[in-house]
Design a protein around this ligand. Structure first.
Ligand code: ADP
Ligand code: MG
Length: 204
């Protein structure tokens, strides 16, 4: 089992005011799963993704990664976990607007020292998300759907087993949402993809 949550709880403490983000969450996820999460505003969806993605700590329960408990992790253990295992996609397209699609994706491949290999791999990923024709276009000139597909190519460039997406189609029209939903579904063949969404395209 790739991820297992056992009675997970996240309690926010701001100036001694305690707020329950999530509590008593039992879930298990594995490779090749495409998971969608929906729920009312404030029900803890983002908190859940933030805990899984180690953008937030958890105070209750145990998160197992590949069967190993993580509650004893130090800050640097979490950093390694995040770096190696987690890729995130948010509602706001976080690409660099004055770089091209190709440059944006290459930035996520800096671990490859060989420039030619980096370019080859970037082009491969760009083809996978269907942006070959827009490869040399700057971020600022892309449609919302194209921006989000660039973000997905970057997430794939990281080669992490877990992709977390929080309302990835929140700023997209129906057609672009469909494309992004289909792409994430396809991506989940050899990864775990968890999507927080209200978008009916995902449930179809
Ligand atoms: P959702 O994503 O489902 O809308 P959230 O995970 O953002 O819900 O929030 C769950 C609960 O945790 C809410 O009650 C929210 O007010 C609270 N919460 C979220 N983030 C913080 C924070 N940084 N500080 C304090 N409370 C928070
Ligand atoms: Mg949220």
């Amino acid at each position: 089992m790739l991820l297992k949550l056992e009675k997970i709880g996240k309690i926010y403490d701001s100036n001694d005011i305690l707020t329950v983000g999530i509590r008593g969450i039992d879930l298990a996820f594995d490779y090749n799963e495409f998971v969608t999460i929906e729920g009312e505003s404030g029900s803890g969806k983002s908190t859940l993704l933030n805990v899984i993605g180690a953008n937030d700590t958890y105070e209750e329960g145990e998160l197992y990664f590949n069967g190993e408990p993580t509650s004893h992790y130090s800050e640097s253990d979490w950093e390694k976990y995040r770096e190696k295992n987690i890729a995130t996609i948010f509602q706001d397209f976080n690409i660099i607007e004055n770089l091209t699609v190709l440059e944006n994706v290459e930035l996520a491949l800096l671990r490859l020292d060989d420039k030619k290999e980096r370019r080859r791999r970037a082009k491969e990923l760009i083809a996978r998300v269907g942006l070959t024709e827009q490869m040399n276009r700057r971020g600022s000139k892309l449609s919302g759907g194209e921006k989000q597909r660039t973000v997905i190519a970057r997430a794939l460039a990281k080669d992490a087993p877990i992709i977390l997406a929080d309302e990835p189609t929140g700023n997209l029209d129906v057609k672009a949402s469909k494309e992004v939903a289909a792409l994430l579904k396809e991506v989940s063949r050899d990864k775990l993809v968890i999507v927080v969404t209200h978008n009916p395209e995902f449930f179809k």
